[in-house]
Design a protein around this ligand. Sequence first.
Ligand code: ZN
Length: 323
Amino acid sequence: MSDVSIGIDVGGTKALALIVARDGRVLGEVKSKTPHDARHAAGEATAAVLTDQIEQLAKMHGLKVASVPVGIGLPGLMRRDGHLAFAPNLQSASGADLGALLGVALGSSKVFCENDANCAALAEHEWGAGRGIEDFVMVTLGTGIGGGVIADGQLVRGRSGFAGEIGHMVVQAHGAPCLCGGHGCWERYASGGGLGRLTREAALEGRLATLVSRRGNPEDVTAEDVTAAAAEGLEEALTLVREVGWWLALGLSNLAAILDCGHFVIGGGLSSASDLVLPFAREYLVDLVEGYDARPTITVTTSMFGPRSGAMGAALVAFERNS
Ligand SMILES: [Zn+2]
């Protein structure tokens, strides 16, 4: 048994690698840009970056790479056998078996892969905002929306390992196109990417006049401009944040209807804007959830580990599968 493990959360823009103790303490971290170089075989460019991160962390802590269990959290459909079957936000690694590639590069048999949001759910359940809660859904708001479902205290994996792809739940028939090939997916409305898309749309339609005049061009207004202005109380920005809160609540109410989960943990890169969005989402849930008053209270909280949940959960997966 190892006292430490390495967990890496591979996102669409960056890979965060942490070395973690068994009690969840983070002992070190390395951040890198996620490569999207499709000239090599699937996953090779990603594997090279992750190998470098693992070697750096092992060296910093005086460990041999082959002796440390490693967990990798990946976005998209992760098969139970470790293949990343489909990854719209990481297309250069789609189809790859990153565990096998890293195993060869590191000379290690201790590399384990899992869906990134499942990792986040496991970390929050073990150490964070989902501790002691047997039924909750982890919702990670980043470029897209990831999901990890904990039911009766266990991660729901589904037939192939693909359960919890909540970002591609359709919330608007014939709506905005999605990288998955579908239309109207929840992540096109309620994620960081969704806020960016709604911002562009609102700026072009003249609904963000103050922000457009500050930037000089509707195309230049960003999601960050909207959240900063909303925090200062600018009405037009608050209206857009309220809209995102409604879309978030719509998806949560669908999940509550299907799963009867009483608790949602919101994490991911949009977490920093969560303080603004979540009060609106909670308000709308009351109307959107079927029989809201007949149910025990539904709670929506932010994750305890923010953008670190995925990497911490990947480290937890490494501990559990290596034992
Ligand atoms: Zn989609």
